[in-house]
Design a protein around this ligand. Structure first.
Ligand SMILES: Nc1ncnc2c1ncn2[C@@H]1O[C@H](COP(=O)(O)OP(=O)(O)OP(=O)(O)O)[C@@H](O)[C@H]1O
Ligand SMILES: [Mg+2]
Length: 363
């Protein structure tokens, strides 16, 4: 894959007409053929970023380039139809009065008929909707409509396609299938994609590169693996899942926990710090075997409650008083063993999903 950039946002800030500042100095670029996701909670500015890229919103500050050409800055504002980006928004309906194949052909009316028909046939086959070519949208399920919308956006072969929460209207099982199909189609076609989602698992699954946004800023950009395994702030770590927090102070380069001292090499001596431990970093062996070689240390805890999820059991355990706080921590274990309340287990700490961050005073 070449690394030239198809979409570049440089120092983009944005305020809506009412004066609310919703984006603050956003910079990122989407490489050719890459699937890049913007992830973050509701209201953090994801849709606004897409609308600016598409030209649906005038830019307040910064510069946007598509395929190396400036499409928006203080002197330029290329209108949406001249940016040629493909759009799939969550609420963007198909045209109800057009058949499936006419919906897909909508953006390529200028092509000669045979070429146009060939493109529509190819795309409908790719999204597994060939047999619905003559159907009208009202008789399609949500997932089928979603696939037609994707084919319609891909038909003009846009340099980049922008997808805003495209799977959010689908039930969870269908959603998993459709997003997998979508990745396959986008990768097969080599389509450069910017996708917005608030779902961390979806962002991880779909992306080559993802950016986690917070209040109109980008907190961290990287591969899903980098963001999950090397989060730069507690916010990024906690975006993926809830985690256990143990507060302390850096003392001789470590922060103490009931399990073991956790190294805090980047932090100043005496600094207040928080140790963030993902539930899967707490390892519990019902057989009472020795802790794995990778574990940093262990402590005994008492089961308060246990709940089965799909592939794992989450157990809340009490580890007694620590630094003046009662420590009740979540332990996640793969499989279906449900311990009884009051059982005691030795729990080991895996350093891989354990992070130390400084506690910054609130501004
Ligand atoms: N047209 C508008 N005028 C004024 N404020 C707006 C407008 N559109 C969005 N906002 C505000 O800008 C902020 C960011 O909105 P945006 O739609 O970009 O968020 P989002 O990250 O896409 O959220 P969600 O996940 O809920 O879709 C929000 O506080 C929202 O209220
Ligand atoms: Mg949105």
């Amino acid at each position: 894959m070449s690394t030239d950039s198809v979409l570049t946002m440089e120092h983009v800030s944005h305020s809506y007409e009412d004066g609310t500042n919703v984006l603050n100095d956003i910079s990122f670029s989407v490489a050719r053929g890459e699937i890049f996701s913007l992830a973050g909670p509701s209201g953090c500015g994801k849709t606004t970023t897409l609308r600016l890229a598409a030209g649906l919103e005038p830019l307040s500050q910064g510069r946007i380039k598509i395929d190396g050409k400036v499409v928006a800055d203080s002197a330029t504002n290329v209108p949406p139809e001249k940016r040629h980006v493909g759009l799939v928004f969550q609420d963007m309906a198909l045209f109800p009065h057009l058949s499936v194949k006419d919906n897909v052909a909508f953006g390529i009316e200028h092509l000669p008929r045979t070429e146009r028909d060939a493109r529509v046939t190819e795309l409908l086959a790719q999204v597994s909707m060939a047999k619905f070519a003559d159907a009208f949208p009202h008789r399609l399920s949500g997932g089928q409509q979603q696939r037609v919308a994707l084919a319609r956006a891909l038909a003009p072969d846009p340099p980049i396609i922008l997808l805003d929460e495209p799977f959010s209207g689908l039930d969870p099982r269908l959603r998993i299938n459709i997003r997998e199909d979508t990745v396959n189609i986008l990768k097969q076609r080599g389509t450069t994609t910017l996708i917005v989602t608030h779902d961390p698992e979806e962002a991880m699954f779909l992306s080559d590169t993802m950016a986690v946004m917070r209040d109109g800023r980008i907190e961290q950009v990287g591969s899903p693996g980098e963001l999950y395994c090397q989060p730069v702030t507690p916010y990024v770590a906690l975006f993926f899942s809830a985690a256990n927090l143990i507060r302390g102070v850096v003392d001789q380069g470590v922060v103490n926990t009931p399990f073991c001292p956790v190294p805090a090499p980047q932090l100043a001596e005496g600094a207040r710090a928080v140790v963030l431990i993902r539930p899967e970093a707490l390892l519990m062996d019902p057989e009472g075997g020795p802790p794995p070689a990778t574990a940093m240390g262990s402590a005994e805890g008492t089961v308060i409650s246990a709940r089965m999820l799909r592939h794992s059991v989450v157990t809340r355990m009490d580890f007694g008083e620590f630094n003046g706080e009662r420590l009740s921590l979540r332990v996640r274990r793969a499989g279906h063993f449900i311990p009884d309340e009051g059982m005691r287990f030795q729990v080991a700490l895996d350093p891989k999903q354990t992070f130390v961050f400084p506690i910054r005073d609130k501004k």
